[in-house]
Ligand binder design. Structure first.
Ligand code: FES
Ligand SMILES: [Fe+2]
Length: 398
């Protein structure tokens, strides 16, 4: 880059209705600011309680440079311990998942219990206070058995989301789901290109031929609007159809942003799968397929798409200025049996091919954004959510 603009110059020069200029994706100061103001502040999906059913079960989660131990304590609570030894900073837990009685640091063998309390520190001075040297912790909140974490000192409140979506959690039986599969897809591009791509379906028809056969939102906007109107008119849905829009810049002061909506699938498509065929037992108390799917998001990088028989979670996290990962989570009813009630390959096929499509278009996008000839381009009407994301993002990094 010939000319590296400062953060304030980039912010001042942004023009509403246009994509971001190159500096937002290339400036290391911007990246540092994003980590501090977004990834160490907003709520992020860590996983689901079905991943740690037994006392002492753990799994690791990485948020940029940070490593967190998500653990089920002896009291049965879920905690998120910061995986940094209070002695000289080594990672304490190296196993990605498993079951632990305690965490013993591999460096000098200080030991911490499942709550993060320091329980043993070899040959330390008599006046060394173990109670002052427990592992640091992130905030944890469960929402329908989904585990969310926040690294903020004082986190945003999730209370409005919890109250508003109570009926949705109940209708889809969120407390009776289990994680069937999680897959990590590394993407060699700045995290914002991945999240921005997720915010719009302008690209769905040209870039996702499989997705576009199932989801009405990939259609021409006027046809989609008519289909949605018809769906709302005739639908005696067992699932809430009224939307909630507290998305990004629309979030109330002090509250984490969230959004909910329910949209029709195309014609007789019943699920997000090859040919729209059912792929698992119906969720919650649903008596039948409704040829629709619900979506909700919590915080800036966690998104869900709920079909009538399974739920997909999407999470984007940066790993460096130029790289990010997308984690996909597939959830089914907790009593569904793999091999009998669902087949993992059939269940995961649509979104596996869809994220691979997305990876391709994000990488092509990155190559162009890196060019000296790139400049901000005008958004279409189908990219209004991307504008909400950018409006929020610009205020978040101020
Ligand atoms: S760094 Fe963990 S015991 Fe020394
Ligand atoms: Fe996409």
């Amino acid at each position: 880059m010939a000319n590296i603009k400062s953060i304030s110059e980039l912010l001042n020069d942004y023009q509403n209705g246009y994509s971001l200029e190159q500096g937002f994706y290339k400036n290391p100061d911007i990246y540092k600011r994003e980590i501090k103001n977004i990834f160490h502040k907003n709520w992020i999906l860590a996983g689901h309680t079905s991943q740690i059913p037994e006392l002492g079960d753990i799994f690791l989660m990485d948020v940029a440079n940070e490593s967190l131990i998500i653990t089920r304590t002896k009291k049965g609570e879920v905690k998120a311990l910061i995986n940094v030894c209070r002695h000289r900073g080594s990672h304490v837990c190296l196993e990605r998942k498993g079951n632990a009685k305690a965490f013993t640091c591999p460096y000098h063998a200080w030991s911490y219990d499942l709550e993060g309390k320091l329980i043993a520190a070899r040959y330390m001075q008599d006046d060394f206070d173990k109670t002052e040297n427990g592992l640091h912790q992130a905030h944890v909140e469960l929402a329908g058995n989904l585990i969310f974490i926040s690294l903020a000192k004082e986190p945003l409140s999730l209370s409005e989301m919890q109250n508003d979506l109570k009926d949705v959690f109940e209708q889809f039986g969120f407390n009776n789901m289990k994680l069937a599969q999680q897959k990590t897809y590394p993407i060699k591009a700045n995290w914002k290109l991945a999240v921005e791509n997720y915010q719009e379906c302008y690209h769905c028809a040209p870039s996702h031929k499989d997705f576009a056969k199932i989801h009405a939102m990939a259609l021409n906007p006027a046809i989609f609007a008519k289909k949605k109107q018809d769906f709302l008119k005739k639908s005696k849905s067992h699932i809430r159809t009224s939307p909630s829009s507290f998305y990004f810049d629309l979030a109330n002061e002090g509250q984490e942003g969230f959004q909910y909506d329910r949209n029709p699938l195309i014609n007789d498509m019943r699920s997000g799968s090859a040919g729209g065929k059912p792929v698992a037992p119906l969720l919650g108390h649903m008596p039948e397929y409704e040829n629709a799917a619900s979506e909700f998001m919590v915080g800036p990088v966690t998104f869900f798409l709920i079909y009538d028989d399974h739920m997909l979670g999407y999470r984007f996290l940066p790993t460096s200025l130029d790289e990010c990962v997308c984690d996909l989570f597939w959830f089914v009813r907790d009593d569904a049996v793999e091999g009998k009630d669902y087949d993992l390959e059939t269940l995961t096929w649509l979104w596996h091919v869809t994220i691979l499509d997305d990876e391709k278009i994000i990488l092509n996008n990155k190559k162009g954004v890196d060019s000296d000839f790139y400049g901000p381009g005008k958004f279409s009407t189908m990219e209004s959510m991307e504008q909400h994301f950018l409006t929020w993002y610009l205020s978040a990094i101020k």
